[in-house]
Every structure is written in C-alpha cells, then in structure tokens.
Design a protein. Structure first.
Length: 209
C-alpha cells in the first residue's frame, strides 16, 4: 500500500467522529461477511481504520488481527471499548510480522482503491491465507461510468486535491478489473454484490485455490 500515512494520521480523529454515511449498505455488507465466518476463524483485517468493523464482527470469529499502516487510525481504534479477541496493530499487508498461511480469512473494506499495486497485494493476501481460506473485500469502483453527478465531479477533482495534499492516492478500477485481478492472484470468486449500487462499492468473496 502506498505510504500515505501522514494524510491518514492527520484526519484520524475526524474520521473516527464521522457517522457511517450509508448505514443500510454497511449493515447488508456486515450480514454477508458474517455469513462466511466461523466461530474459530483466525481473521486478518487490512486497512481497519478506527476499528469499528473488527469490533462489530468480533462475536462471529475466534480472533481478529485488525491492521492499518496509519498510527493515528490505530490509536483511535485502541481507544475504543474493545473485545477480548480483537487486536489492533500498526502494519501493512507486506509487514513481516504477519504470518504466511496464518489466517482463515483476510478482509479489507474501502481500502483497495487506495493501493497502487493490486496484483502484488492480492498475491500477498493469497500467501497469508491458509489453504482454502477466504478473501473478503469491498472496493469503490471509480472506473465505472455509473458514479452519479456528485461522485463523477469528485473523480475529476481528485488530482487537484492530491496536488495540495487533500487526498491520498486513489485508483479508478472497474468491477471487471477488480474481479480479474483477484482471480489472477489464485482465487475463485464465490459471491459478489454492490452495496451500494451507485456509486458501485463492489463486494467480493473469494476462496484461495
């Protein structure tokens, strides 16, 4: 992942205070994720932000290692009322502290559009999973045409915002592009959906081959 940690450190407190913008889509996503989890699952979350998703899913798994490369985000997560089976750690996907083959589930939500080298990242996730493990992701697909007026305008503004330090790296992947890269990394896609449909935030569940 691109080391935009200073950007995310700076906005961490504000990010933690913001309510989820589309609770219906979030709840549906969490329902679909929970349906693929087991009580003894060892879960790795990448890009956990301020930790809300890890804590919400804690009752469905054995343990969750929730990671983010931003120290500010991890500090916000650690300040929450925690769960005994959730650990927050400042780390990126290529961190040596992550055990190869050590996880039954790897998940990442609203994070992979912020990654420059998706093929390498998905290959690393494949290596982190145990045989038959599950990769669960949800990614804003800003390469799709059906973004709507608001997000279409934001897409045009992103380069200027990046120039002045108001936005991190953002990719403009399509739904087909995301799925193709996941499959090419050695996964079989078993479920997809868009929550919300517009702009498409694409949900994928894939098993490690």
């Amino acid at each position: 992942m691109k080391p935009d940690s200073a950007f995310w450190d700076k906005i961490a407190a504000k990010y933690a205070a913001q309510p989820i913008s589309d609770m219906a889509s979030y709840n549906l996503t969490m329902e679909r994720v929970a349906s693929h989890l087991t009580p003894d699952a060892r879960v790795l979350e990448l890009g956990c932000g301020t930790g809300g998703t890890a804590l919400r899913l804690a009752d469905h798994v054995g343990q969750i290692l929730a990671t983010d490369f931003s120290a500010g985000m991890i500090a916000q997560a650690q300040a929450r009322d925690g769960a005994d089976n959730v650990q927050f750690l400042q780390a990126g996907v290529f961190d040596d502290t992550l055990t190869l083959g050590g996880f039954d589930v790897v998940m990442g939500f609203n994070v992979f559009h912020l990654v420059e080298d998706l093929p390498a990242t998905f290959a690393r996730i494949h290596a982190l999973l145990a045989p038959g493990g599950i990769f669960i992701s949800k990614t804003p697909c800003l390469g799709e045409r059906s973004l709507g007026l608001k997000f279409g305008l934001l897409k045009r503004l992103i380069p200027a915002m990046q120039w002045v330090g108001k936005a991190p790296y953002v990719s403009f992947e399509s739904i087909a592009g995301i799925e193709a890269k996941i499959a090419a990394a050695g996964f079989r896609i078993v479920e997809t959906g868009n929550y919300p449909v517009r702009p498409p935030n694409h949900f994928v569940v894939a098993t490690r081959l």
